[in-house]
Design a binder for this molecule. Structure first.
Ligand SMILES: C[S@@+](CC[C@H](N)C(=O)[O-])C[C@H]1O[C@@H](n2cnc3c(N)ncnc32)[C@H](O)[C@@H]1O
Length: 357
């Protein structure tokens, strides 16, 4: 090994120290969300620790230290002339506004939820066998649901369905739709609200996700939706559905080629498959040089996505960035799909593919 360059060491130490600070920040940010601290600051405007603590009936000393940490990490602002702390509109969008496209709290939830998995992952590096979604517990599923909520609530019906030829009219008239890997069911619920004459089935192999989906459904009070576990009720083997959707499922699932074949079999001859999956380059080298959030996505991959894709001994383990456009085209063609289209839907994280028979 060559000798240590002190300048480079100083830079690396600074960068790595920032990462350690970010790891602590993950827990402290989730606390800010759970305790309503960001939302309260947004409502109150610039506040002292006493004002914020008394508004939320919290202990002032804890709130003060939280404010100090949040300011030093750059998520809050400090107005030194008044000794008050504030949340900027941008930070509010990212940390507190569930209906803003930049909302990222679900990312913190998911990241924090994987920390207890470290011992299990240590073993996975030796055995090759990863963890199912359910082994992470409810917070990971909840974080993933929150991360994708904006798209489902605000873009799916108005922006995506119109890109599927003739599908709006079919759904208005009454059709059969499946969301495979439905997670917390938000896509199904958004579509079911918009298209009451259509019947929706959400499939998910995770019981934790299905619990979330059923709770969300009860809140929405819809009659045209049900959720099931394909281990108990597999996708139908005959052409049943006019539309099948998958949102960030194929790269996660242990047997993606089998799942694509099941989707093919369950689609009607004129049915359509709308597939959201992670946007990435075809090679690691391109991801390294050009992908704006490659480090975040590889982080997700080791702990959640590839982990889940390798949860069985013969799992494919595609990884978060593994279902690239080229891989998607090849695998769907192999299953029999003759139509493959990259839809014109802008999203920094995901691509949208439309497949037909
Ligand atoms: C990244 S999560 C996405 C959840 C949801 N679609 C969303 O966008 O919030 C992937 C989901 O796919 C589910 N899943 C993986 N393989 C599956 C399979 N073969 N059939 C049904 N669900 C599956 C997992 O349990 C997990 O809930």
């Amino acid at each position: 090994m060559r000798e240590i360059d002190d300048d480079k060491l100083g830079l690396l130490l600074k960068q790595t120290g920032g990462m350690v600070a970010a790891s602590f920040n993950c827990a402290i940010t989730v606390l800010g969300d759970r305790l309503g601290l960001y939302r309260a600051l947004g409502k109150l405007g610039p506040s002292t620790s006493s004002e914020l603590a008394s508004h939320l009936q919290l202990h002032e000393r804890w709130v003060r230290e939280w404010l100090h940490q949040q300011t030093c990490i750059g998520q809050l602002e400090y107005h030194a002339d008044q000794a008050r702390f504030a949340i900027s509109p941008e930070a509010y969008a990212v940390l507190a506004d569930e209906d803003h496209p930049a909302y990222l709290m679900g990312g913190f939830d998911s990241a924090l939820a994987v920390f207890p998995a470290v011992s299990k992952l240590e073993e996975s590096f030796r055995t090759g066998i990863g963890m199912s979604y359910d082994e992470h517990g409810p917070n990971c599923a909840c974080g993933i649901e929150r991360m994708g909520a904006f798209t489902k609530k605000h873009r799916l019906v108005g922006e995506m369905i119109p890109q599927l030829p003739g599908m709006h009219d079919r759904l208005v008239a009454g059709a059969m739709v499946a969301d495979v890997g439905c997670g917390g069911g938000l896509a199904t619920i958004a579509l079911a609200q918009a298209y009451p004459a259509t019947t929706f089935v959400g499939f998910d192999t995770s019981d934790v996700a299905l619990q979330r989906a059923r709770a969300n459904l009860a809140e929405a009070g819809l009659e045209n939706v049900r959720f099931c576990n394909p281990f108990a009720e597999p996708l139908p083997k005959d052409p049943t559905f006019d539309l099948i959707t998958t949102f960030d499922v194929i790269h996660d699932t242990p047997y993606p080629q089998d799942l694509i074949a099941q989707i093919y079999a369950a689609l009607k001859a004129d049915g359509q498959w709308l597939c959201e999956d992670i946007k990435g380059f075809e090679s690691f080298e391109e991801n390294l040089e050009q992908h704006p959030v490659a480090a975040l996505l590889y982080g997700f991959s080791v702990t959640v996505c590839m982990n889940s894709g390798l949860s069985t001994a013969d799992g494919a383990g595609l990884g978060t960035l593994g279902f690239t456009q080229q891989v998607a085209k090849t695998m769907t063609q192999q299953a029999g799909f003759r139509e493959f289209q990259l839809l014109d839907i802008e999203n920094p994280m995901n691509n949208y593919y439309l497949m037909g028979k």
